[in-house]
Design a binder for this molecule. Structure first.
Ligand SMILES: NC(=O)C1=CN([C@@H]2O[C@H](COP(=O)(O)OP(=O)(O)OC[C@H]3O[C@@H](n4cnc5c(N)ncnc54)[C@H](OP(=O)(O)O)[C@@H]3O)[C@@H](O)[C@H]2O)[C@@H](O)CC1
Ligand SMILES: [K+]
Length: 478
């Protein structure tokens, strides 16, 4: 499990630990881990050219002490001071170890400020501009240094967070660093898991510093968590006890959606699928998947919505929403959602455009503030929300948040959402709660897509065809 905490939680845990330790211990732990990560990233230390961008807070202190470690091992370390305030002891240590300070202003013999020259030829630039105390955006001097690194294609390693992003929401309302690697301390922060900020982090490396933290508001499940949640059959299981899913999807207008959603559902943990829809569509489904039973009967959960088009029976869907069995509502089915009734067993799986319609806002607003809007919808409709996208945000009505971060870009293909709806619905029928079903469904869907794609294009049916292998890899790995 990856856990992300808020800035306030991190500060409280830091204060409690600092009270027990000699002054400066935590920063030294952070800086040591950071120095190792920088060395590993470059691949060598002696002779490496490292530029540190130093802001006014402890984030700059971490960078200065990490630079000190590297300078002691023969790296050429140059600090660029972006503020009159900076970590004095950190800079003194760096200078003592042989590092230097480059002037950002006055031009030297070749007409360039020393800072600009150092950045242009650096192996790596370290972003110690701001950490968890930072407001979104970059000041002009910091922005100029970051742009220069980008221009010269010098990779930037972010200390704790890419400076300029909003740490607690993952929003990026202003200019920010785009890191090749982020090295963080104690725990993940929310911006590491939620886009658009997560995309600006690159891979995130966590350095343990011994913080004792409360439960995390945002979690991201990993292989062992999926393994623990998966409704694996036992010797006593039969097709009914494994769970039966009712699927209401596809239409004479979009028969393919039914076939694709079925392929996703059958790749999940259920023992049986009942398809409910127009006869010609049921025939198309059974032509591809002869194991499907057509017509209504007892089910443990419903997946409703993919490709219903105009053939939407709103009254029937609302009846199912009010019934006891959990319901996954997707695509056209979302038109039947209203904010009345007890919906605790309902999971909706909109993309940004569909969520925007539900909330009466613009699509770009949802994309820019994914966490906020997923939370809002969960509260307003009393449902669990799985907001599809590059990082999938899952919000439960009780405030729990899960994030799925393993999806590759090739997954953005027609029908992939139908596979996800079928597959995730199958986990509801298999007995998982809406938030667990959403997290496990999204994870295996993305893992299957990665297996199918291996860096190339994929179709939705290829995704469902790889779910079994992705599942096997997760269940058998120890
Ligand atoms: N917590 C922990 O467990 C540990 C924390 N550690 C480290 O400490 C870091 C937090 O340090 P921190 O509190 O000193 O804040 P930090 O982010 O460096 O600077 C904030 C200052 O910058 C300014 N400023 C704000 N926005 C700005 C902007 N956009 N552009 C420019 N300037 C801006 C603002 O000052 P102002 O401008 O208001 O005078 C504000 O006061 C943390 O991320 C981690 O790296 C580790 O050492 C060990 C364990
Ligand atoms: K930073």
């Amino acid at each position: 499990m990856r856990r992300a905490h808020t800035v306030d939680q991190v500060r409280a845990a830091e204060a409690a630990l600092m009270a027990k330790l000699p002054e400066g211990t935590l920063m030294q732990r952070a800086a040591t881990g950071l120095a190792v990560a920088i060395s590993n990233f470059i691949g060598f230390t002696y002779g490496a050219r490292v530029v540190l961008l130093i802001g006014s807070g402890d984030n700059g202190g971490d960078a200065l002490y990490a630079g000190t470690h590297l300078a002691r091992r023969g790296a050429e370390v140059t600090a660029v001071l972006l503020s009159d305030k900076y970590h004095r002891e950190g800079l003194a240590a760096l200078l003592k170890a042989g590092g230097r300070v480059a002037d950002g202003g006055g031009a030297s013999a070749d007409g360039q400020p020393a800072a600009a020259r150092a950045i242009a030829v650096a192996d790596v630039v370290v972003d110690g501009i701001v950490g968890i105390g930072g407001r979104p955006g970059l000041k002009p001097e910091a922005l100029a240094a970051v742009k220069l690194a980008e221009e010269h294609q010098v990779p930037i390693i972010a200390v704790d967070i890419p400076s300029g992003v909003d740490v607690d929401t993952g929003e990026t309302p202003a200019e920010h660093v785009k890191a090749a690697l982020t090295v963080t301390f104690g725990t993940h922060k929310i911006c590491h898991l939620i886009d658009p900020a997560a995309a600006a982090c690159g891979p995130v490396h966590l350095v343990e510093i011994g913080l004792d933290l409360p439960p995390a508001p945002v979690e991201s499940l990993q292989d062992p968590d999926i393994r623990a949640l998966y409704p694996t059959p036992t010797g006593e299981s039969d097709k009914y006890s494994r769970g039966v899913l009712g699927l209401m999807a596809g239409s004479t207008q979009y028969p393919g959606a039914a076939v694709i959603a079925t392929s996703g559902a059958l790749a999940g943990p259920i023992g049986m699928l009942r398809y409910v829809g127009p006869d010609p569509v049921a025939e198309a489904v059974r032509a591809q998947h002869p194991e499907v039973v057509a017509g209504e009967g007892r089910v443990q959960a419903w997946a409703i919505g993919s490709g219903l088009g105009d053939e939407l029976d709103v009254d029937k869907i609302r009846e199912l929403l009010d019934a006891e069995e959990p319901v996954l509502l997707d695509a056209d089915g979302l038109k039947a959602l209203d904010d009345s009734g007890d919906r605790a067993n309902v999971l909706i799986t909109p993309h940004a455009g569909e969520l925007a319609r539900l909330l009466g806002v613009e699509r770009h607003e949802v994309e820019a503030e994914r966490l906020k809007h997923a939370r809002q919808a969960a509260e307003r409709f009393d449902v669990t929300v799985l907001l599809k996208g590059s990082t999938t945000v899952i919000a439960a009505p009780d405030g729990q948040i899960r994030v799925n971060t393993n999806a590759g870009a090739w997954l953005a293909t027609a029908g992939a959402g139908d596979v996800l709806a079928g597959l995730t619905g199958a986990f509801l029928a298999g007995g998982l709660t809406p938030i667990d079903a959403a997290a496990v469904g999204a994870y295996l869907h993305a893992a299957a897509a990665n297996l199918a794609s291996r860096g190339g294009p994929i179709t939705a049916m290829q995704v469902s065809a790889h779910v079994a292998e992705a599942t096997r890899q997760v269940l058998l790995e120890e």
